[in-house]
Design a protein around this ligand. Structure first.
Ligand code: GLC
Length: 735
């Protein structure tokens, strides 16, 4: 038989076999079919008990979040929907997955989730710092590195990005989001979702994203955690919802419901937010997972009498998966039998979860290939992304007399002191996943490499993070007297911010402030370098310092980026994503406040009413001058687009990167609006002497409109202003 005939016969045989095989295998196992067909086929095969199991999430591995309540469930049913996976290797996960695939009737894979907030093992800066880089492309790259490490370690789904607009630095979780501004949180939300999910969720280096904490958690009263939030529908729509709408449009597969009570209806029992808005308005077709035990917490919040009612309230409100609450697994079957939960709602919820599992390719690839740690963790390219992001997140807050960058002639002896100098763990920040202190580039080592050949470095611990032990002050002062310049590394421990890490004041601890004042007696220039997870009120130490560098909590890059800034190897380009007040008493303080009835009155008696450092503040080692803003049109109809442009020249001797923030202002509207609103930003590298043009392509309906208390967007004709770098240019919108 000639070759051609043989091949033909083989082909026919294969075709017949695959048809026969697919004729035998259930439709939902046929990867060639559309996801919806597979979902419907599988759902139609499921019994109620199997459906309900899909709606639950337990844990697997050692829980590393001491805030999470309850004991791990020892006997995990093979048909469970999801597990939070605490290991960093896939073996345990694969063993559990094998049970799901082989011990259950339908072989539905589990989805494994974890808090990959700012890195899995290659930890990069905290989100609040990332936003100060104003580099969304770099943040997307960072999230992509986290996705790769997570998926290859057995995690298919991250509980990230956290996009809670936050304006109260006492709240520890301000570190986890992108600051005080809705547009900023929306922009970095989209970058994160794209970085995590990419454009093919089945790939071995992507994970499903989870927008959290839906919604308004950042408005927690007095900065406390887990408490009431007073949020009008107007503020819900114009401040807290925009980042979530952006994330849903970007294709985020899941959302996490929040702990907080939203003006009388907790986020995890809120039909308006989880169904009317998320499902009916925004057409989200993924699923909502509760925050940990948020379903039974409805009882503590007074929204349910018992766990059965909590299950009914949460589930009927649109919350699909109960994270460790043990309410759905216990009560949903009875609630269905009693007619208090409909089969339609059950099926819709299960459909949503199956949809995400199919999209992740878990039916075809339920197991994570085992790899060596060095094949996935701390890869050179991952560390390079983290280092660049840490460099670009650093904000130079003060530089009196240009003391920075340090000059070899005037910095022959450098004193390096403070509680952060040898505290690598603190530089990882909160929610550092599987990050390790040993991975962090030590400050001491970074400074020795940066300055060791040209300066004599004198190290001294100086003072503790907190408490009242000033026993080392005298010794430190002796060292300070020998030095030409003092580098004081001060700030917070990594667990002073993050979940349930509230501080009643945002000043530096007294012992640290006292230490700075004591070192001032040496009469030498002081450079204060801060590592912290929240904005700080620095009024009591700012006058004592010649320069202040906000390095945030940089992750594994540790001291290397800031060493580069101190030496001038790195020209700082960060700008604040959150306002730094003068005092805790100014909280809440943020740039986009609504207008005052008496703008020049209503002042504090005891301090200036302005912030110490504004949103968007950040110095450079070079100087940028702005040309005049120009508009392609100064009067347009609502549907007409236009372009605003401004040229920026680097008039200094150093190359540098500049971020241009474009704000809009609407002086008069039927609903009062903030003084100004960020609507676009762009960062460009500009060589010394070079000029670059920055453009804002304005779509009035998107950029000038406002939203009302029912979420209806509107654009009124009238006068608007486009604002950049202190300039205000009028734009008229006509009928
Ligand atoms: C925590 C946090 C949430 C996290 C979840 C799982 O309580 O509020 O952000 O994703 O539980 O760890």
């Amino acid at each position: 038989m000639n070759k051609r005939k043989m091949l033909g016969g083989l082909f026919l045989g294969f075709a017949f076999f695959s048809v026969a095989a697919s004729a035998q295998q259930p439709l939902y196992k046929n990867a060639a079919l559309p996801v919806e067909e597979r979902v419907n086929d599988l759902l139609g095969r499921m019994a109620l008990e199997e459906k309900i199991l899909q709606l639950n999430q337990y844990t697997l591995g050692r829980n590393n979040n001491e805030n999470n309540l309850g004991e791990a469930i020892k006997q995990i049913p093979a048909g469970i929907g999801s597990l939070i996976y605490f290991d960093e290797t896939p073996e345990l996960r694969n063993a559990m997955q094998k049970r799901a695939m082989e011990e259950t009737r339908l072989g539905i894979p589990l989805i494994f989730g974890y808090d990959v907030i700012h890195g899995f093992r290659t930890v990069y800066p905290i989100s609040l710092a990332q936003a100060c880089s104003w580099n969304t492309a770099l943040v997307e790259d960072a999230c992509a590195t986290a996705a790769l490490e997570a998926r290859k370690s057995g995690v298919d789904w991250t509980f990230s990005p956290m996009i809670d607009v936050a304006r109260d630095g006492r709240w520890g979780r301000i570190s986890e989001g992108y600051g005080e501004d809705p547009y900023t949180n929306a922009a970095f939300c989209v970058a994160s979702v794209n970085g995590y999910q990419g454009n093919d969720l089945t790939s071995a280096d992507r994970v499903a994203a989870c927008l959290k904490h839906y919604v308004g958690y950042g408005a927690s009263e007095a900065g406390m955690d887990y408490v009431y939030t007073e949020i009008s529908n107007q503020t819900l729509w114009d401040t807290y919802l925009p980042p979530y709408e952006a994330g849903i449009k970007a294709g985020a597969q899941t959302v996490m419901s929040s702990f907080n009570d939203i003006s009388g209806t907790p986020g995890s029992g809120n039909h308006y937010t989880m169904t009317e808005i998320l499902k009916n308005r925004w057409k989200h077709d993924g699923f909502v997972v509760s925050d940990w035990s948020a379903v039974p917490q409805l009882i503590a919040q007074g929204a349910a009498a018992d766990s059965k009612e909590a299950a009914r309230v949460a589930f009927n409100a649109g919350l699909e998966m109960d994270m460790m609450g043990r309410c759905y697994d216990k009560h949903l079957e009875a609630l269905v039998e009693e007619g208090k939960v409909s089969m339609e709602r059950i099926d819709d919820a299960v459909r949503r979860i199956l949809r995400v599992k199919f999209r992740l390719g878990l039916f075809e690839n339920p197991y994570t290939p085992v790899s060596k740690p060095d094949e996935r963790f701390l890869l050179p390219q991952s560390k390079a992304v983290a280092e660049r992001l840490a460099e670009e997140s650093i904000v130079l807050l003060k530089n009196e007399g240009g003391i920075l960058p340090l000059q070899s002639a005037s910095a022959k002896t450098i004193a390096v002191m403070g509680p952060l100098v040898d505290a690598e763990m603190e530089l990882l920040g909160n929610w550092h996943g599987h990050g390790r202190a040993e991975d962090v580039y030590p400050i001491r080592k970074a400074l020795q490499e940066e300055f060791g050949s040209q300066a004599n470095l004198l190290f001294h611990a100086g003072c503790p993070f907190d408490g009242d032990d000033n026993s080392q002050f005298a010794g430190a002062l002796e060292v300070a007297r020998q030095a030409d310049v003092l580098l004081l590394f001060m700030g917070e421990r990594h667990n002073w911010s993050g979940e349930n890490c509230v501080r009643s004041t945002i000043e530096l601890p007294d012992i640290q402030s006292a230490f700075i004042a004591e070192m001032k007696k040496a009469g030498k220039p002081i450079v204060l370098i801060l590592a912290n997870g929240r904005p700080l009120a620095l009024s009591n130490v700012e006058p004592l310092c010649d320069a202040i560098v906000e390095m945030w909590q940089p992750g594994v890059p540790g001291g290397k980026p800031v060493a580069g800034v101190l030496s001038g190897r790195v020209n700082p380009s960060g700008k604040l994503s959150v306002t730094f007040p003068r005092a805790t008493g100014q909280i809440p303080i943020y740039y986009n406040r609504r207008k005052s009835a008496r703008p020049n009155s209503g002042k504090y008696q005891d301090i200036p009413s302005t912030p110490l450092y504004d949103f968007g503040h950040g110095l450079s080692y070079t100087r940028f001058t702005y040309g005049d803003v120009s508009l392609s049109k100064t009067s347009v109809a609502a549907g007409e687009k236009l372009v605003a442009e401004v040229s920026v020249t680097n008039v200094g001797e150093r190359d540098g990167a500049e971020t241009v923030h474009w704000f809009i202002s609407d002086p008069a509207c039927r609903i009062t609006r903030p003084n100004k609103e960020l609507k676009h930003f762009e960062k460009q590298f500009i060589k010394a002497g070079e000029t670059k043009t920055f453009r804002f392509e304005i779509d009035p309906m998107r950029d000038l409109s406002f939203v009302d208390a029912d979420g209806q967007r509107f654009l009124e004709p009238g006068e608007y202003y486009i604002m950049v770098d202190g300039q205000k240019v009028k734009l008229e919108i006509h009928e």
